[in-house]
Design a protein around this ligand. Structure first.
Ligand code: ASP
Length: 341
C-alpha cells in the first residue's frame, strides 16, 4: 500500500501554543518544527506536511473569509494529499466544521478539525493525542487504497464526530464537544473503532468549493417575556438576510397574534426564517402542537435536528446561492452533508 500523505493546516488556537519556560507566557509554536516537537508523529506511517496562517488566530476572531482561505488551501492541495488536518481553536471549531462541510462539496478525502484545551507543551496537555489520532484518521485508507473518511470531521478526546453535528459543550473538560443527534463516527480506544454505517459515502462527483457565504444571519432566541417592541425591531430593520428562530421544545413558539404578524411580515419580504430547537438534543416537529402548526402555516422552514452552528452556516451557504424562496426552503429542509435527519 502506498504511504498516505497528510497536510496539517494550522489556523491558530491553544493547540499551537507552547509555554515559554522563562516567562510562563503562551506563545505561538513554529509549525515548521512540528516533527521535532512531537517526535511521536514520525512513528505514524505517513508523510506529513504543514502550512500555517501567517497570523494564527484565536478562533473567536474566525470569520467567513478565513473559511474561504482554508477551502482554497484544501483546493490547491487536494490532489497532492490523501487527507487534511485543520488545527483550530476550540471556541468556534464547530462553526468552522459546519461551514466547511457546506463549502467543500463532493469530498473524497477526510478533512479533520482538531484542537485542544491545553497547549501542546503543557504536561497534562490533550493536544498530542488529539493531533496524533487526527493525523492517523486523515491518513486512514481502506483495502482499495482509498481514504476511509470522505467528509468533514471533528476529533476531540477520543471521538471523531461529523463536524456539522457538533457543538462545544464544555469550557472546562477535555471532553469539550458533543454530537447529541448523531453517533460518533470513530471511537478511539485500544483500536480505532469505525462506525462504517455512520460515515458519508465517497462522492463520485468532482470536488468543488463554494466561496460565497452571506453572513447576515440573525439568530432570535425566544424566551418567555420577549416583548413585542423588541421583536418589532426585526420589522423596521433590513440589515439581515435570514433569521434562525431558536424555539422551545419540538419547535414551539407563542401563538400571540402580534408575534405571528411580525414573522409573517419578515417572510412576506422574501426572507427565510428557519425554526430550530433550543434543546440540546432532539428535533423540531412542526405541527405536533398548535404552537408550531401556526409557524408551519406561515411558511417557516423546518430546521429539524440541526445544531445552531449548522443552521447558521447552512443559511449563510444557501443565501450565497441566490435561490428563490421556495427552492431555498426545500433545500434547507434537505440533508446536504449529513447535517440533519
Ligand atoms: N480561545 C481559544 C480559541 O478558540 C481556545 C482554544 O483554542 O481552545 O482559539
Amino acid at each position: 500500500m502506498i504511504k498516505s500523505s497528510v497536510l496539517i493546516i494550522y489556523t491558530g488556537g491553544t493547540i499551537g501554543m507552547i509555554r515559554d519556560f522563562d516567562t510562563g507566557a503562551l506563545k505561538v509554536f513554529n509549525f515548521k518544527n512540528l516533527l521535532d516537537k512531537i517526535p511521536e508523529l514520525k512513528l505514524l506511517d505517513c508523510e506529513i506536511s504543514t502550512i500555517s496562517f501567517e497570523e494564527p488566530l484565536d478562533s473567536s476572531n474566525m470569520q467567513p473569509a478565513h473559511w474561504v482561505k482554508i477551502c482554497n488551501i484544501i483546493k490547491d492541495n487536494y490532489e497532492a494529499y490523501d487527507g487534511f488536518v485543520i488545527l483550530h481553536g476550540s471556541d468556534t471549531m464547530s462553526y468552522t466544521a459546519s461551514a466547511l462541510s457546506f463549502m467543500l462539496e463532493n469530498l473524497s478525502r477526510p478533512v479533520i478539525l482538531t484542537g485542544s484545551q491545553l497547549p501542546i507543551g503543557d504536561l497534562r496537555t490533550d493536544a498530542k493525542e488529539n493531533l496524533i489520532t487526527s493525523v492517523q484518521l486523515a491518513a486512514l485508507k481502506g483495502k482499495n487504497n482509498r481514504p476511509v473518511i470522505n467528509e468533514v470531521g471533528l476529533y476531540f478526546e477520543y471521538k471523531l464526530y461529523r463536524g456539522n453535528r457538533t457543538s462545544k459543550v464544555s469550557a472546562e473538560f477535555f471532553e469539550a464537544f458533543a454530537s447529541p443527534n448523531y453517533p460518533a463516527l470513530v471511537n478511539s480506544g485500544l483500536h480505532l473503532a469505525i462506525d462504517h454505517n455512520a460515515l458519508l459515502p465517497k462522492s463520485k462527483k468532482k470536488f468543488k468549493i463554494h466561496e460565497s457565504m452571506v453572513p447576515q444571519v440573525l439568530v432570535v432566541h425566544l424566551y418567555p417575556g420577549i416583548t413585542q417592541q423588541m421583536m418589532e425591531c426585526l420589522v423596521s430593520n433590513d440589515v439581515y438576510k435570514g433569521v434562525i428562530l431558536l424555539s422551545f421544545g419540538t419547535g414551539n413558539a407563542s401563538t400571540e397574534p402580534w408575534f405571528l404578524e411580525i414573522l409573517k411580515n419578515i417572510i412576506v419580504r422574501g426572507l427565510p426564517v428557519a425554526n430550530i430547537t433550543q434543546c440540546t438534543s432532539g428535533s423540531v416537529q412542526m405541527g405536533n402542537y398548535e404552537t408550531s402548526a401556526t409557524l408551519k402555516k406561515l411558511g417557516i422552514i423546518d430546521g429539524k435536528d440541526l445544531t445552531i452552528e449548522a443552521a447558521i452556516t447552512k443559511m449563510m451557504y444557501l443565501l450565497g446561492q441566490n435561490l428563490s424562496s421556495k427552492v431555498f426552503k426545500t433545500i434547507f429542509e434537505t440533508p446536504l452533508r449529513g447535517e440533519m435527519l
